[in-house]
Each structure stands twice: as C-alpha cells, then as structure tokens.
Design a protein around this ligand. Structure first.
Ligand SMILES: NC(=O)c1ccc[n+]([C@@H]2O[C@H](COP(=O)([O-])OP(=O)(O)OC[C@H]3O[C@@H](n4cnc5c(N)ncnc54)[C@H](O)[C@@H]3O)[C@@H](O)[C@H]2O)c1
Length: 370
C-alpha cells in the first residue's frame, strides 16, 4: 500500500503520525511511505532519518495526499485539508467528529474512509489509541502543578517533595482512571502525600493494592472533597463519565475552602472540566487565577511534549496501521472488531452512532459499506 504522512498544520501541533521505526516496519512489509518534508521535525525526526529507513520525502502536502492510498495523521483535517481528501482514500487519525459538524459534512462529501483513533475499542471497552495521551497528560499534570506551586507564578510556594525536616506537599487526585493513576504515581515518586478519590470501589481497591504507601484512597463525594480541599496544595481533575460532560466536583463556592496559591490542574477540561471555574487555556497562556486559586486548564497537554507524545501515540497506532496496510481497510476491519469500531464515515455514509446522533444524520450499518 502507498502510505502518506503529511505535516500537521493545526496550530501548535508538533506530533507526527509515523516515526522512522514505523517507516522501517512498513517498508519491510513491502509498503511505500511518503513523508512530507519536515513532518517529523517537531518530534525530533529529520527527513534524513526517514529516508534512511526507506521513506520518500515530498515537498508539499498536496503531493503526499495525491499519492497516498492511506493518509496517517494525528489531528483531524482542518479546512485547507478537506479538499485534499479524495473518494476511496483511507484517512487514519483522531477525528472527534461529534465536536465538529463542519468536519463531519466535509468528510461525508469527500468520499474518504475515515477511521478514527478515538473510537478504536477493545473487547473490554478500552480505547487503546486514547490511553497513551491520557498517560502523558496524567504525568504532566504533576510536572505542571509542581511548577505553578512556585511563588513567582502566584502559587503557594510549596516544594512538593518537601526536604528533610519539612513535610512534603499534598496532592489530591479526583478520578483514579488512566490520568489519575499516572498523576498519583508521579506525585508519589516526588515524595508528595497523595489522596486519590474515585466512585468506583473496585478501582479504589486496585489502586490501594498497587500504589506506594504515600498514596491513600477515599470514596469520592462532596462531603469528602470539602473536607480534603483545605489540606491540599495541588488538585488534579481527572474524572470521566464516558460520553458525558464531566461532573463539576469543585464548585465556585468551594474555592474559599482552599488556601491562597493552591493549584488546580483540570485535565478533564476537554470534557467540560470538573471544576465549575474551569475554562480551556493554551500552552501559550496556560493559567489564570480565580479567588487566589491558580487554574491550569490546557486542553491538549500532550502537545507540549511532542518528543514523548509522538512515540507514545505511534507505539499504539502502528500495529493497527500495519493491519490496514497489509490487508486493506475492508479485510482488516472485517477481521478485527477493534478496528471496525474505528470506522466513522465511509465513502459518504456515517456508520458510527455517536456521529449520527450528534447531528441527526442517517446511520448506515457498517456491513452495508464493505
Ligand atoms: N487535557 C488533556 O490534554 C487531556 C489528555 C488526555 C485525557 N484527557 C481527559 O482526562 C479525563 C480523564 O481521562 P482518563 O483516560 O483518565 O479516563 P478514565 O475513564 O480512565 O478515568 C476516569 C475515572 O473517573 C472516575 N470518576 C467518575 N466519576 C467520578 C467522580 N464523581 N468522582 C471521582 N471519580 C470519578 C471513574 O470511575 C474513572 O476511574 C478525560 O476527560 C480525558 O478526555 C485530557
């Protein structure tokens, strides 16, 4: 198969959909890979490294899109890319269709086959192509939180790890899923005293078993949250109710329970956030203050660490991309239910319920489009 990897053009996006290691695997199986010049630079991969592993470098995005049978990207196509998709071309990337009616209509009109990273799903209902980014964001939440606890950026002025003779800082993690677990691990590793809250008792049991002694678990309810807020320096919002907006666990009137300079990192901002005072920020201006509480609410946290995020993402996407390249999308999706669930729009037809529901579009059976 001919695979094309254009440079990401969404603002501040430095990830790339295929690394030189991925190119090597593709070439080994007889596929041909075209990379747009400079596509990997933001993640630390120069054109020469791709070429050394068998890729051909093309100067423009138009050339890459024109040649490829399968386009591999990271972010959804933006307006100037719509016209580049053509009927029958496979596009494998994050789409998040339900959040953009314009994109949905553009892809329906393109006639392309849109296989979305975010809806590839395993039998046990995990989302294997979202997990790596949650892992990155969870770990980053502590790194960012620790930084914004410093006094010059209006934090409380607390060193999370403490020092001999001075107790460590305290970290409260709301939600013990992928993000929350990674955040708790990082905070515990720094020596902080960590509390994880969740509503899922079996998850709390698991976390209680595997976490080090400086992490304690508690059931999540408003009573406990109110009791814990005055004692913690850094609060991480990491709750998710699948398919729903995040519950507002910290209301505006609860901010006064915290000490001035407490930092709140709302990782769940992409689902509306779990603090009432959350609004999305960017890496260019990541924080704002409400009632002396520092809020960090960046919606694409992994974008700040593309060297790590690209490799984490492509470790997860490559096995699926290889199946698509080896078998073609029809055979690969017929034989692998996980991939089949990634099909959202196929040659003008919406085949994913979440997308048809979002915009009142006709839902086609996925079997009808093979
Ligand atoms: N900002 C970013 O850059 C970024 C990056 C990756 C993920 N995210 C977001 O982070 C959030 C968490 O993702 P995840 O992968 O960890 O999800 P997850 O499903 O693995 O974990 C969510 C956890 O929240 C718990 N929960 C639900 N309601 C709760 C409540 N009332 N109190 C406490 N816990 C509750 C669930 O039981 C679950 O354990 C999602 O909104 C995700 O989209 C954001």
């Amino acid at each position: 198969m001919i695979i094309g990897v254009p440079k990401e053009i969404k603002s501040n996006e430095n990830r790339v959909a295929l690394t030189p290691a991925g190119v090597m695997e593709m070439e080994r199986r007889g596929h041909q890979v075209y990379i747009q010049s400079g596509a990997g630079v933001g993640s630390g991969f120069e054109d020469e490294e791709y070429m050394a592993n068998g890729a051909d470098i093309l100067a423009t995005a138009d050339e890459v899109w024109a040649k490829a049978e399968m386009i591999m990207k990271v972010k959804e196509p933006i307006a100037e890319e719509y016209k580049r998709c053509r009927p029958g071309q496979l596009v494998f990337t994050y789409f998040h269709f339900a959040s953009s009616e314009e994109l949905t209509h553009a892809m329906i009109e393109s006639g392309a086959i849109c296989l979305a990273y975010e809806t590839v799903e395993t039998k046990d209902r995990q989302l294997p192509l979202l997990i790596p980014m949650s892992e990155v964001a969870g770990r980053m939440a502590i790194q960012q939180g620790a930084k914004y606890l410093e006094k010059p950026v209006r934090g409380r002025g607390v060193l999370l790890g403490g020092v001999p003779g001075v107790p460590p800082g305290r970290v409260l993690v709301l939600g013990g899923g992928i993000v929350g677990t990674q955040a708790a691990k990082m905070a515990a590793g720094l020596g902080a005293a960590v509390t994880i809250l969740d509503v899922n008792l079996s998850r709390l049991r698991y976390l209680s078993d595997i976490m080090p002694a400086n992490v304690v678990t508690m059931f999540s309810n408003e009573y406990n949250i109110r009791k814990l807020l005055p004692q913690h320096d850094l609060i991480v919002g990491a709750v998710l109710i699948p398919g729903a907006i995040a519950p507002k666990l910290i209301k505006r009137n609860m901010l006064k329970l915290m000490r001035p300079g407490t930092v709140m990192v709302d990782v769940a901002v992409d689902q509306g956030g779990c603090f009432e005072t959350t609004h999305a920020t960017t890496h260019a201006d990541p924080t704002y203050i409400v009632e002396d509480i520092v809020h960090y609410c960046v919606a694409n946290m992994p974008g700040a660490v593309p060297f790590t995020s690209t490799v984490a993402l492509t470790n997860a996407t490559l096995p699926y991309a290889l199946q698509l390249a080896d078998k073609g999308w029809q055979k690969a999706c017929r034989e692998n239910q996980e991939l089949k669930l990634g099909l959202n729009v196929v040659q003008g037809k919406v085949v994913y319920k979440g997308v048809s529901d979002a915009f009142g579009l006709q839902l086609h059976g996925v079997e009808d489009v093979f």
